[in-house]
Ligand binder design. Sequence first.
Ligand code: IMP
Ligand code: MG
Length: 185
Amino acid sequence: MANLFQINGDTFEEFITEEQIQIRIKELAVKLNSDFKEHVPIFIGVLNGSFIFLADLIRNITIDCEIDFFKLSSYGDAKISSGQVRLLKELNCQVEGRDIIIVEDIVDSGLSLTYIKKLIEKENPRSLSFVSLLVKKGLPKIDFPVNYVGFEIPPDFVIGYGLDYAQKVRNLRSIYRLAPPNTAA
Ligand code: IMP
Ligand code: MG
């Protein structure tokens, strides 16, 4: 039986296990280590959701690199995007001439990435790439590629491994998705 988790009357089922996540992260890191070996990229985590993914990814990166963070807000405490992105914390690094790798937990509508792309491109980086652990299939309205994708998933609401439900459950070690309404917990 599926591993279930309940919060606020919603039932979630285990969807991507801790082990599957770690295997995929190692694969992504191998690719990044090779693609950026000639440079010293800056990995930029998008807070809050990406903090666990970035921490695990970066420990598999073996080339010289730097780390910084953006903090964006678009969801508030809802399960559906408010459609508005706000910048809550700016970068502290010089972007000009550098190889920038944006690290996201999940791409849903794509609004956050579009917002970040505009912001970074104004600063003239040498290159700009996007890594996302999850991308919701068919949803992102973006006209540029997410260069490194962990898993393509159906457009369900997911939690755990950094992803929150009203700011909670980011500490779950696996990724869970909303279960069908009559799933018994
Ligand atoms: P966007 O809609 O692509 O702009 O996604 C913005 C942000 O919303 C992501 O970086 C996540 O932090 C959050 N988000 C999107 N989908 C989910 C989800 O299914 N669960 C939890 N957070 C999500
Ligand atoms: Mg995020």
